[in-house]
Design a protein around this ligand. Structure first.
Ligand code: UDP
Length: 478
């Protein structure tokens, strides 16, 4: 191998929302920076769409991918353990598989990058004298909050959501208590302690943190993470803003797709896309209100729909794409007939990126997963922000209040049911109101600024080059 040829191994934890950004980072490092990259994908093998993606990647001759199956961890969890707890346990139990994969890799990597949930794996890098980084495909405020959480843990008494004042992170826009990410909602829950630990890991176990954001997306938090003295004394390691990394349209296998054929016949920017990511699920009552709201609005729509669950936020996180692939029988009576010309229902999973980039799409009702936010911006599509779980409330606040590319319900979805009248009003306002037009212009400007950040000499391009040059320097000195 060429002396300059840096080899990077990236670990992805289970879940489409984790695998996709890791593959995007791989692609960026290979195509724009000519590095050798191997992806170590830990998989639960319980999501058909994740398995499909992994198979297509494995079959591709130019992608190095090693699948790490999980050992049985059922005796380490209790049935209602939250997602963060599950992921943290899974990734710790995957360590021996990851260690043995690295030991057989030839050529051996120089750098190990752990994704958000795999920072407990980083000590393995020391066994092989590898450099070690963390990749967080989230916004900078989330990174600041996560890395500062152990300080707040000492300072704040009681539950975060009961605080009367927003949480202060040096140099950042304060975090309103209703925006705190899921793992912070209950300090007595095991996932909270896993989350505190993750933040400590970032600054104590890694040589730096890569963040899938860019200068204009959340400038204040990014600047604080890099330059605020008090925050730096906690963060310690370099922060690299390397985004926006978002999926491009992939036309493969979409020939004859019924949704795309239907979209082809609709007027320019006239259709609302409704989807709640890989894991988002709604209650029966909320599905009914959403159906009536869409119908009342009389706007065209494509709705990715999953059966209602009692787990009303993240019910399909580990099983995305699975379930009954038949016309839903849980929608209001007559809804499908009455909306036959207005909209299309897609069970379980849709080709989101292609849909968002279709000329007929004019709005996106989204759960605000960060990949979805990036994809909406990349498609130049304004949003209705409908956060459900994880750090989605932070993302929703960012896109609606600061970047002004989204509108938002008055209540917090997942905690209260959003009523049909409000839904109809938001949809009309986004799709045919003056507000929608303003948001559309802003989102297109934001897309341009993302493109600039990634272009040669753009802020994210330079940041990625700094990271690589730092790795190469260390590689040569070893
Ligand atoms: N996705 C998709 N089709 C669907 C639902 C989701 O292609 O029907 C993709 C979506 O484009 C995004 C990812 O799955 O790339 C979901 O990631 P995100 O961060 O938006 O949300 P998460 O699922 O992690 O909550």
């Amino acid at each position: 191998m060429d002396q300059d040829n840096l080899h990077v191994a990236i670990i992805s934890s289970p879940g489409m929302g984790h695998l996709i950004p890791v593959l995007l980072l791989r692609q960026r490092l290979v195509t724009h920076h000519r590095l050798i990259v191997t992806v170590l994908a830990v998989t639960t093998q319980t999501s058909p769409v994740e398995s499909q993606l992994l198979t297509s990647v494995t079959n591709s001759t130019d992608i190095n991918l090693i699948k790490i199956p999980l050992p049985d961890i059922s005796n380490l969890l209790v049935p209602n353990d939250a997602i963060v707890t599950r992921l943290a346990v899974m990734m710790r139990e995957a360590r021996s598989g990851i260690r043995s994969a690295i030991s057989t890799m030839n050529p051996r990597p120089h750098v190990l990058i752990a994704d958000l949930f795999s920072s407990d794996v980083l000590p393995i890098a020391d066994d092989f004298q590898l450099q070690k980084y963390v990749y967080v495909p989230c916004n900078a405020r989330f990174v600041a909050l996560t890395m500062y959480l152990h300080v707040l843990d000492n300072e704040v008494k009681g539950q975060y959501v009961d605080q009367t004042k927003p949480l202060r992170i040096p140099g950042c826009v304060p975090v309103r208590c209703q925006d705190v990410p899921d793992p912070m909602l209950d300090r007595d829950n095991r996932q909270y302690h896993e989350y505190v630990r993750m933040g400590i890991n970032f600054s104590t176990l890694s040589d730096g943190v890569l963040v899938n954001t860019w200068k204009d997306l959340d400038p204040t938090s990014l600047d604080a993470l890099k330059h605020n003295e008090i925050l730096r004394s906690v963060v310690k390691v370099p922060i690299y803003d390397i985004g926006p990394l978002a999926r491009e349209v992939d036309e493969a296998n979409l020939e004859g797709n019924e949704v795309i054929k239907w979209l082809d016949k609709q007027p320019f920017e006239s259709v609302l896309f409704v989807s709640f990511g890989s894991g988002g699920t709604l209650s029966g009552e909320q599905i009914t209100e959403l159906a009536h709201g869409l119908e009342l609005s009389q706007q065209r729509f494509v709705w990715v729909i999953r059966p209602p669950t009692d787990v009303t936020k993240d019910g399909t996180f580990f099983t995305s794409g699975s379930g009954p692939d038949k016309p839903p029988d849980f929608l209001p009576e007559g809804f499908l007939d009455r909306t036959q010309k207005l909209g299309v229902i897609v069970p379980l999973w849709a080709p989101q990126v292609t849909i968002l980039n279709h000329k007929s799409i004019g709005g996106f009702l989204t759960h605000c997963g960060f990949n979805s936010v990036h994809e909406s911006i990349r498609g130049g599509v304004p949003m209705i922000a409908w956060p459900l779980y994880a750090e989605q409330r932070l993302n929703a606040t960012l896109v609606s209040e600061e970047l002004e590319v989204a509108i938002r319900p008055t209540v917090l979805p997942a905690e209260e049911v959003v009523g049909r009248k409000e839904i109809s009003k938001m949809v009309r306002s986004l799709m045919e109101g003056e507000e929608g037009k303003v948001l559309k212009e802003k989102v297109k400007l934001l897309r341009e600024s993302g493109n600039e950040a990634l272009s040669m000499n753009g802020s994210s391009y330079k940041s990625m080059c700094e990271f690589i040059s730092c790795c190469k320097k260390k590689m040569k000195s070893d």
